[in-house]
Design a protein around this ligand. Structure first.
Ligand code: DHE
Length: 521
């Protein structure tokens, strides 16, 4: 009897065990992060090639939006979609992980920046470069594949120097007005000063933990660094990279913001900064004699006397321009009177910098890449053209009426568009589409595509820069075993091919220091 009872009990336990679902292990977020995210975003989540992944840096990219980005990837960035690799609960765990504040975010103020400074070499007094190539027709090529930069003689297209850079440079390097020094910035905040006359790295400083881009002042004396982390805009002396000024990026109500980019507005002798999370654009004087911004109360025609911001004047005087919503990805018209910035809901907003307010809202579907826009004169009128990140189109706008003149269909969405004042053609890549190996060449007079070139079948073609005369167009094959392909800009015939490691961007000294029409500034 006892034996039968024991048997029944054993069977009952076995049956219960069989029907109890095995304990499901929770995904290990930290391990997943280390495996899939750390190589780009940093093991400490403080950023590297990708941005820092901290709640204070993610802004609008929290919750479901973060799930969507991890699942599908992010257009126009290096962020891949993880749908094929990660399960839904793993993605949810990662989102929870990156939404958790760090126990402590490192302080990165003027003291830390100064302490990070590294001097590599002294600057010799020279009256000419130590080589015989034209110093104003050099190309600086950023090779993002193995994190190097190459200096090319732009007449012979021969290498003068090649050297390692910091990890993941981003944005255009910036040149002093005489073309002697070039400054680079890495996404993890390092700013490097390189002497193009001696082909030597001079000094470096870490100006931020996660940085966006740099701009140089009109007189070449100051370098502004836009930071996502911390929320600061740092101004360095170009002489010795010491900190001259550090702005906490806060709007007038105290709301903190990432600084998404900073630009030199040459005719205005100022820097213009885009704030990602607050509805303000900043203008910072780089003229030591800049007039006061506001003092005390000012008069408004609509509201009578209104309270103004604290006054500031002279070098680094800060002017805040309020906008209807935060704006990003800027295009400036050539006189720097107006800036167009991307807003939400497929809109762009035109802000007049002279009067300091928004003057127009434009419909801009298909995610235009305004930062890559170019301007020229068409039929006597100033026009701008911009590629779109989500549509195979180039849109052309009249810069006086803001009316859309034409939409040109291309083989796919692209990232960069470039031209030069001495060529009637503009070149646009299609690197975000299925025909990523093509470059559309548009006649700026007829607004028609006149030729499509394919530098290497199946390989990404991107980013064009011209030599100083506009005679040659230089295209990147954006692959680890990539190359620069040099075309005759009039006949579109290839004249030379130079192997390089994912040459992401190339910058001609003359075009940059003269603010050539058709290139980035
Ligand atoms: Fe860039 C320039 C912002 C992703 C390569 N990119 C710029 C500038 C800004 C910007 C504001 C202008 C800087 C200047 O004038 O100095 N880039 C952004 C983004 O917000 C975006 C979409 C998302 C991000 O991750 O930051 C982005 N950019 C990329 C890439 O994924 C690219 C293709 C590869 C990479 O290296 O990260 C890329 N961006 C570039 C390059 C320039 C650039 C090569 C300089 C172009 C020039 O001719 O001046």
């Amino acid at each position: 009897m006892k034996h039968r009872l024991r048997c029944k009990l054993a069977i009952a336990i076995a049956v219960a065990a069989a029907f109890t679902a095995p304990a499901v292990a929770e995904p290990n977020a930290a391990k997943l992060f280390a495996e899939h995210c750390a190589s780009c975003h940093g093991a400490d989540r403080l950023g590297g090639q990708g941005p820092a992944l901290l709640p204070e840096n993610l802004g609008r990219l929290m919750g479901p939006r973060a799930v969507a980005v991890i699942t599908e990837g992010r257009a126009a960035t290096q962020m891949p979609g993880f749908a094929p690799t990660l399960a839904k609960d793993e993605i949810a765990a990662l989102v929870a992980h990156i939404s958790t504040p760090l126990a402590s975010v490192p302080v990165w103020g003027a003291v830390e920046i100064a302490a990070s400074r590294v001097t590599h070499a002294a600057t010799p007094a020279l009256d000419r470069p130590r080589f015989d190539a034209d110093p104003l027709n050099l190309f600086v090529v950023v090779e993002s594949g193995d994190h190097h930069a190459t200096i090319l003689d732009g007449d012979r297209f021969e290498q003068l120097a090649r050297f390692p850079t910091r990890f993941a440079l981003h944005g255009g390097p910036k040149f002093t007005p005489d073309g002697r020094y070039v400054f680079f910035m890495s996404r993890d905040g390092w700013v490097s000063k390189y002497d193009l006359w001696t082909l030597t790295m001079l000094a470096e400083v870490r100006a931020g933990i996660n940085s966006r881009n740099i701009a140089i002042s009109r007189d070449g004396k100051h370098l502004a660094v836009a930071n996502y982390l911390p929320h600061t805009l740092v101004i360095l002396s170009t002489d010795d990279l010491s900190v001259e000024k550090l702005f906490d990026a806060k709007d007038k109500k105290g709301g903190s913001s990432r600084v998404s980019a900073v630009y030199q507005a040459r005719p205005r002798d100022s820097f213009i900064a885009a704030l990602k999370d607050v509805p303000e654009i900043w203008e910072i004087a780089t003229d030591p004699n800049a007039p006061p911004v506001y003092t005390g109360l000012v008069h408004s025609h609509e509201k009578g006397m209104i309270e103004a911001l604290p006054s500031s004047e002279g070098l680094f005087a800060l002017r805040r321009i309020e906008t209807p919503e935060p704006l990003d990805d800027f295009f400036f018209d050539p006189p720097y009177r107006n800036v167009i910035g991307s807003a939400r809901d497929s809109k762009a907003i035109v802000v007049n910098l002279t009067v300091g307010r928004d003057i127009k809202k434009l419909d801009m579907p298909g995610l235009p890449h305004l930062g890559s826009g170019i301007a020229w004169i068409w039929n006597g009128r100033p026009v701008m053209a911009t590629p779109h990140l989500k549509e195979g189109k180039i849109s052309i706008f009249d810069l006086l009426t803001w009316a859309k003149i034409k939409s040109i269909d291309t083989l796919g969405p692209g990232f960069f568009m470039r031209s030069h004042e001495n060529t009637p053609f503009a070149w646009a890549d299609g690197m975000l589409g299925t025909r990523k190996d093509t470059m559309a060449i548009i006649d700026k007079r007829t607004l028609e595509i006149v030729r499509t070139v394919t530098p290497a079948i199946g390989k990404t073609a991107a980013h064009v820069e011209f030599d100083r005369s506009g005679r040659y167009a230089v295209v990147s094959i954006w692959e680890m075993d990539g190359a620069l392909v040099i075309y005759d800009a009039a006949t579109f015939i290839e004249v030379k091919r130079i192997p390089m490691s994912r040459p992401s961007g190339k910058y001609n000294v003359w075009n940059k220091i003269t603010f050539s029409e058709g290139t980035s500034h």
